[in-house]
Design a binder for this molecule. Structure first.
Ligand code: SF4
Ligand code: SF4
Ligand code: FES
Length: 501
């Protein structure tokens, strides 16, 4: 470890650390555009200037290593004047787009202008015009005039996605960001470049002009798109969820997430959701409240024999825990609905995994600690045909698009005398079930997902979109005939590993 002083604060950093890392350690502000902790050092924006005692020239913090006893500051008039001039140069050709720019409110240029702006720039020259609204495929729009040539997107596509679409072309004030031969940027990590672009040069087609960022709130949780369990923050307001961004977790997802996962917030929004419970009486569908439907179903289950429960890896460990003990009391058979298990070991080498369930490990742990060996769905089809199973309760997948055989499975299970379908997502098909009960999405409940490495992560309740929706634990209470007033989600204690999981 090395000791140094940052703006008068003494900090210790690892040998080999750069000055900008020491600033992060000291939690002191330092202007920077091109440096990103998840990428290599480019040293091109010249915003991170610092003064080192005994050194007559200012240095850039991102590419200068800390030496023992260094005394560094970025608060002197000399540093401030230098950053002010650098920012002035970044702005020479930047268009006056802020009122119509989607990055407004979270733009690095706006932020630093407020702290270092050269309020009297004295530039009379015409701005160099560059390309605007360049279509980079289905996900991204580029505005090259706004680009400050920080090179982050180039390094991301060369070092992380390794797809190499971006490059800086031409020289001098005609230097311009673009893609090789104008190729679209369609890789599964493309939207990370929108996150790391410090200005409004790269914007997401999905989010563009939907909301001003200052009208959004955010909460942190875990993606439910695959067994990696990337840490994310979800941006929302009273109209629903608008976008998802990654949250740094070195052990799980580093600084990034995939575009497949970024899209899944849509399924938690109202237009895709089961809003009320439905009951199908000989082809006549009526709606009822979720609570009333759950109580009716519970009364029926308590009397029925030949009961089967179908589980998917899409719920929290706490929910499995409650429903498994309930099912055990009713002597229900447990079946495990796996989507494409033959591709579960696939991995794209970055983050995305072939197992598109967030809590396969959690389900397997709960089954094994309850001493239950779940059966295959195929066995359930034959048990329904033979009349051995009469009533089937299904904790259906939340992300329906990841269950390609959904319709086929539904139709086979609907041959049972009674099918109770618990689902957060709406689908006209489901109305054929005897009961459909609206479930909470992963953004509406607390709980635990255990990722493919066995790392236990908490998901958090951010916002309620469907007021009547229930968690599996709440359903169990209602099935038992209890009320939900004062009901708390049970706390989760990780069961002992019983081998094989
Ligand atoms: S487009 Fe954005 S990330 Fe790429 S070089 Fe320009 S400013 Fe940097
Ligand atoms: S890799 Fe998996 S967990 Fe991560 S964002 Fe993509 S789908 Fe979500
Ligand atoms: S952050 Fe140091 S030169 Fe850009």
């Amino acid at each position: 470890m090395l000791k140094c002083t940052i703006n008068g604060k003494e900090v210790q950093v690892k040998a080999g650390a750069t000055i900008i890392e020491a600033y992060m350690e000291a939690k002191e502000n330092i202007a920077h555009y091109c440096w990103h902790p998840g990428l290599s050092i480019a040293g091109v924006c010249r915003m991170c200037m610092v003064e080192i005692e005994g050194n007559p020239r200012l240095q850039i913090a991102c590419n200068t290593k800390v030496a023992e006893g260094m005394k560094i500051n970025n608060t002197s008039a000399k540093v401030k004047e230098s950053v002010e001039w650098t920012l002035g140069f970044h702005l020479i050709n930047h268009p006056l787009d802020c009122p119509i720019c989607d990055q407004a409110g979270e733009c690095g240029l706006q932020e630093y202008y407020m702290s270092y702006g050269k309020y009297n720039p004295g530039m009379a020259e015409q701005k160099v015009k560059k390309n605007k609204v360049v279509d980079l495929g289905s996900k991204i729009v580029l505005d090259s005039e706004r680009c400050i040539l920080c090179d982050r997107c180039v390094r991301f596509t060369s070092e992380v996605s390794k797809t190499n679409e971006f490059g800086i072309f031409n020289r001098g004030d005609h230097a311009e960001i673009g893609t090789v031969d104008g190729m679209p940027v369609e890789n599964n990590y493309a939207l990370n470049v929108v996150d790391i672009c410090p200005v409004g040069a790269l914007t997401s087609k999905d989010f563009r002009f939907k909301q001003r960022v200052w009208y959004l709130k955010e909460f942190e949780t875990v993606c439910n798109g695959c067994s990696t369990g990337c840490n994310i923050k979800v941006h929302f307001n009273e109209n629903g969820l608008y976008r998802v961004k990654p949250v740094h977790n070195e052990a799980v997802n580093g600084y990034w997430m995939c575009d497949q996962g970024r899209d899944l917030y849509k399924f938690a929004n109202k237009e895709f959701r089961q809003i009320k419970a439905t009951k199908n009486e000989n082809g006549h569908v009526v709606t009822l409240s979720a609570g009333a439907a759950a109580k009716e179903v519970g009364a029926m289950l308590n009397k029925s024999s030949g009961l089967a429960l179908v589980l998917t890896g899409q719920y929290t460990s706490e929910e499995y825990n409650s429903i498994l003990s309930y099912a055990k009391n009713l002597s229900a058979e447990i079946y495990y609905w796996k989507n494409n298990p033959e591709s579960w070991d696939e991995f794209d080498g970055i983050l995305y995994r072939g197992d598109h369930n967030p809590n396969t490990k959690g389900l397997e742990l709960e089954l094994s600690s309850a001493g239950i060996k779940a059966k295959d769905l195929k066995d359930l089809y034959s048990a329904i045909e033979s009349g051995k199973v009469k009533t089937v309760v299904v904790a259906a997948p939340e992300v329906q698009k990841n269950y390609e055989n959904l319709e086929e499975v539904f139709n086979k299970l609907n041959k049972a005398d009674q099918l109770i379908w618990l689902t957060s997502g709406r689908n006209d098909l489901f109305e054929k079930a005897n009961y459909v009960i609206p479930m909470k999405s992963f953004t509406e409940k607390k709980g635990t997902f255990v990722n493919h490495k066995g790392i236990e992560q908490k998901i958090s309740k951010g916002v309620t979109i469907v007021s009547e929706s229930l968690s599996l634990s709440e359903i169990v209470e209602l099935f038992k005939g209890n009320d939900l007033v004062g009901f708390n989600i049970p706390t989760y204690e990780r069961p002992q590993l019983l081998g094989g999981v």
